[in-house]
Design a protein around this ligand. Structure first.
Ligand code: IMP
Length: 516
């Protein structure tokens, strides 16, 4: 007979945290959010360890989902600069994914690839069009109009007057030519580049290679880029840290390409990770590239799944089936579990595993976070870090298109199980599929919009402020301490209603709807 769990399947929104004593030392500025990302050894007799001996950590417990509509190189750079980590989506050609990883690893703060460029035969009309399209008023002129062509000069908004300068004016007539500019040689460090900017009162410093080709631009306005990102997540060589998604099919080809590109950590992308395919993939990576990388596995929703993957050598285990905002797995197949219940079961198994082996395997809570406080609840329940899709898809840095519908700015967000993503490998069961045959018989995800929310950094700062403040309410300055001390209660439906604004008329609500 089927086994029926006594307890219902619960999710984050059903829990509330109770405050503990907040000491005077417990202030948000003192909260440290460092999170372990991969397995490490610690004393099994002692308390659950913090991240001190973990070989790969993040400075905030937040990662972005391995999804086409979330984690490309642009978002990975923005998130790593704020202390987190992205997993570049694996549902793309191996060389394209490796190129994205390489772009993150070679990114240098303050040195930006020129995104607004023109060739010397362009006119002012072209410059205006580029500015309107890109939002950048500084345009590099290169011999072929590319970002890395031979540098010819620069046009800025101060070189012409809209509505007055004839739009058919040749760009070379109004630009500042290279001969009249201060440029730097590739290889210069940021401090020296900024010194040149200050010394010569420049707004923009072009950095050229030894053949006079444009390498990057350094802008005066970005001079304190480092100071704005004190939590930047970098490796020993000061390069940003980045992860990448892989599947259980082409890993023999994909993993070496990602390693060559400099990837720091891998994660197997699957909706159901409790499979021999995952154990085999982990085994291959561990035996072929010992000590060269880390690999996370999942997703699972219970202790059995966790222990299986931990025994197989997974460096972290990802939890969650069916809770993602774009996910319809539960509707389609009736598989899944409430995210909080999944997490509690897995955390128990992880703690037992640690007591038995002295190996601490971090847990990632993946999907279903629709409020900032859900992150805090996930951490309180024992997750070491969370993975978010919808949250990041709303930002400028995410790859989805931004568009306006009915006066609302939206971004596109589509699931890896939707037809659009064509991510067959995430869902397949290892059966051979004849070439050309449809590989996704039914969808497990939708193609959707999310409200556009602006830039990543500002939004993330707010989320982190909420987490830090809650931790102080709960009398904790570090994540392990928070997890040890956390006390939660399941809220009744009535008390959840009490939790929002109620029995008042909000000032930004439409008063006419109250009048009838
Ligand atoms: P969100 O943060 O609630 O939007 O959830 C993101 C997570 O949903 C991802 O990290 C994946 O684990 C999961 N996911 C991504 N695409 C799909 C899909 O098409 N169907 C089901 N789950 C998905």
């Amino acid at each position: 007979m089927a086994y029926i769990y006594d307890a219902p399947s619960r999710t984050f929104g059903e829990y509330l945290l109770l405050p503990n004593l907040t000491t005077k030392a417990c202030v948000p500025a003192a909260v440290v959010l460092t999170a372990p990302l991969v397995r490490f050894a610690a004393d099994p007799e002692g308390p659950l360890p913090d991240a001190t001996n973990c070989p790969l950590t993040a400075n905030i417990p937040i990662t972005s989902a391995l999804m086409q509509s979330v984690s490309d190189d642009g978002l990975a750079i923005a998130l790593a600069r704020c202390g987190g980590l992205s997993f570049i989506f694996g549902s793309q050609a191996i060389d394209e994914q490796a190129a994205m990883v390489a772009r993150v690893k070679t990114y240098k703060a303050g040195f930006v690839a020129s995104t607004a460029n023109l060739a010397p035969d362009a006119t002012l009309a072209d410059a205006i069009a580029v500015t309107d399209r890109s939002g950048h008023s500084t345009i590099a002129v290169t011999h072929d109009g590319s970002a890395t062509g031979r540098f010819v000069g620069i046009v800025t908004g101060r070189d012409y007057r809209r509505g007055h300068t004839p739009v058919d004016t040749a760009i070379v007539q109004i630009m500042t030519p290279v001969a009249a500019m201060h440029c730097a040689e590739a290889g210069i460090d940021l401090a020296a580049a900024n010194d040149l900017i200050w010394q010569h009162k420049l707004n923009c410093l072009p950095v050229l290679d030894s053949h006079g080709h444009l390498d990057t631009l350094v802008f005066r306005k970005d001079h304190d880029a480092h100071k704005q990102h004190p939590l930047e997540n970098v490796d020993a060589a000061k390069r940003l840290v980045v992860g990448a998604g892989i599947n259980t099919r082409d890993y023999r080809d994909r993993v070496p390409a990602l390693l060559d590109a400099g990837v720091d950590i891998l994660c197997i992308d699957s909706s159901d990770g409790y499979s021999e395919w995952q154990a085999e993939t982990i085994g291959f990576i561990k035996s072929t590239y010992p000590g060269r990388t880390f690999v996370g596995a999942g997703n699972v929703v219970d202790g059995q799944g966790f222990t299986y993957l931990a025994d197989a050598g997974a460096d972290f285990v990802k939890v969650g089936i069916g809770g993602g905002s774009i996910c319809i797995t539960r509707e389609q197949k009736g598989i899944g579990r409430g995210q909080a219940s999944s997490l509690l079961d897995v955390v128990q198994a992880r703690n037992d595993y640690f007591r038995a082996t002295g190996i601490y395997v971090p847990i990632c809570s993946d999907g279903g976070i629709s409020q900032d406080y859900h992150v805090t609840v996930a951490l309180a329940l024992g997750a070491d870090f969370v993975m978010l899709g919808r949250y990041f898809a709303r930002f400028d840095e995410a790859p989805g298109r931004k568009l306006q519908i009915n006066n609302q700015m939206l971004k596109e967000y589509w699931g890896e199980g939707s037809n659009r993503a064509r991510n067959w490998e995430r869902y397949d069961h290892g059966e051979a599929v004849p070439d050309g045959a449809a590989k996704l018989i039914f969808e497990e995800g939708v193609d959707s919009y999310v409200p556009y929310a602006g830039g990543l950094r500002d939004n993330l700062e707010t989320t982190l402020a909420i987490i830090r403040s809650t931790m102080c309410n709960c009398g904790s300055l570090r994540l392990p301490q928070f997890q040890r001390r956390a006390r939660l209660t399941v809220a009744s439906a009535v008390s959840l209603r009490e939790g929002g604004a109620h029995d008042v008329i909000l000032k930004d609500a439409r008063l006419d709807s109250v009048d009838g």
